[in-house]
Design a protein around this ligand. Structure first.
Ligand code: NAD
Ligand code: USQ
Length: 402
């Protein structure tokens, strides 16, 4: 039986991925230090959907599916020997690595959060790579990166999957004509937050270890995930996925859907001219399985897939939801440093060639997410909605002024 260790398997993407793989017949283990739950305690926030403890979740999964998922309570960034021993004894064919601090606003709040995000994400990734070199068992790493590594300026091209083919001027020939050398380089990174910076740095770690130690590595550049439930998490309330709506961890589309249901104005930052890439949570889990089943060979360069379904402008999303629900749109101050407007075209040819027919944003698909919000809206805390983490002293929080 093929086996997969899911680092960060208690999180928003990791939990439904672990269940999906288990349902598909993989032997699955989860490693998590529950830091995401501790951050909720730190910030006074919490998932809108009432998630059960990791142990209850795993018991319910065993009850409904007959499958067992093992859990290892471990800090990937801080407990190298524990990580090494866990990988050695679980002996996976693939390690899926979600175990990073993933909120851009949280990473920008203060020096403590910046330093934590750098330490947690970079050391976690590096520990994993060192452990795999030490074990020397040809274990495939599938890492969740972000489309944010490409930056959000207008590139003027369709952003390729990780690499850019360039011609470098090397001189002139005897007739004075320019000579060029062809190269394929990592697409130049342009991170927009300390969190995105860690994903950019992860890319170099992967490039180095793929080259030097021939580790087989796939890096998935994922867009903003929307939706909550997947085929497996719907099977029982005790398996429900988390739904973040707060100013730090709530992502834009889920926030707008939540705001529409509870009667809060849709908080569009600045002009809303920012264009971003999106993917539904059900496709996240499908893509990860496709990546697991199609590993690179040892010695290959890092395989990079853009894990996105489509791109959309924030303002257009808000208008779509406002038209559907009657919600009011509030153009609030932008707490972030980002271009007021950008165009974004992004290739997703690799996943399409593997058979992915992605779920696209359509009004009728928002129903389920809105039902989840409707069902649990008594748990909503209006104080948590404002985006208060500022990128610089010159920015202002994204607060609706009545
Ligand atoms: P999440 O915060 O819900 O889950 C991350 C999980 O990793 C949590 O359960 C957390 O406790 C765990 N974790 C963090 N640091 C750890 C450590 N040092 N040791 C052990 N466990 C640790 O985040 P998510 O939304 O599920 O994102 C998962 C990955 O996908 C992240 O790397 C993120 O950058 C990437 N991603 C997410 C999105 C999105 O929209 N959610 C989009 C693109 C990429
Ligand atoms: N935005 C609003 N109003 C809001 C919230 C956000 O206008 O209420 C805007 C932001 O200013 C930004 C865009 O929406 O322009 C996206 O913000 P987001 O919070 O939805 O997403 P982001 O911070 O980019 O991060 C999320 C995940 C991160 C992942 C990333 C993919 O938290 O883990 O890496 O999406 S990507 O955006 O492609 O980098």
């Amino acid at each position: 039986m093929r086996s997969v260790l899911v680092l960060g398997g208690d999180g928003f993407c990791g939990w439904p991925t672990a269940l999906h793989l288990s349902a598909q017949g993989y032997r699955v283990g989860i490693v998590d230090n529950l830091s995401r739950r501790h951050i909720d305690d730190e910030m006074g926030s919490g998932s809108l959907s009432p998630i059960t403890s990791i142990h209850e979740r795993l018991d319910v999964w065993h009850e409904v599916s007959g499958e067992k998922i093992e859990f290892f309570y471990l800090d990937v960034a801080g407990e190298y020997q524990g990580l090494l021993g866990t990988i050695a004894s679980f002996s996976p064919d693939t390690v899926v690595h979600f175990a990073e601090q993933r909120s851009a606003p949280y990473s920008m709040t203060n020096a403590h959060h910046k330093r934590y995000t750098i330490r947690n994400n970079i050391e976690g990734t590096h520990n994993l790579l060192c452990a795999l070199v030490e074990l020397d068992r040809n274990i495939h790493v599938v890492h969740l990166g972000t489309t944010g590594v490409y930056g959000y300026g207008t590139a003027g091209i369709e952003i390729p999957e990780g690499y850019l083919d360039v011609l470098i001027k090397t001189g002139t020939d005897e007739k004075g004509a320019d000579r060029y050398a062809e190269r394929s380089i990592l697409f130049p990174t342009n991170p927009g937050s300390v969190y995105h910076l860690t994903k950019s740095m992860d890319q170099l770690l992967f490039q180095y270890y793929a080259q030097n130690d021939h580790l087989p590595i796939t890096d998935l550049h994922q867009g903003i995930v929307w939706g909550t439930q997947t085929e497996e998490t719907r099977r029982h309330d005790g398996l429900i996925n988390r739904f973040d709506y707060d100013g730090d961890y709530g992502t834009v589309l889920n926030r707008f859907l939540m705001q529409a249901v509870v009667g809060h104005a849709l908080t569009v930052h600045g002009t809303g001219g920012q264009t971003r890439a999106f993917i539904n949570i059900q496709d996240t889990v499908r893509c990860i399985r496709l990546a697991i089943d199609n590993p690179p060979q040892p010695g290959d360069r890092v395989k990079i897939f853009n894990q996105v379904a489509e791109t959309k402008r924030v303002k257009d999303l808000a208008e779509m939801i406002a038209a559907m629900t009657g919600a009011r749109i509030a153009y609030v101050d932008n707490p972030r440093v980002e271009d007021a407007e950008n165009d974004l075209l992004m290739s997703n040819a690799a996943f399409r060639s593997l058979g992915l027919d992605p779920i696209l944003l359509r009004e009728q698909l928002f129903g389920e997410t809105m039902e989840i919000v409707e069902r649990f809206k008594s748990r909503y805390d209006p104080k948590m909605v404002a985006a208060r983490s500022l990128w610089t002293r010159n920015n202002r929080p994204g607060i609706v002024k009545e």
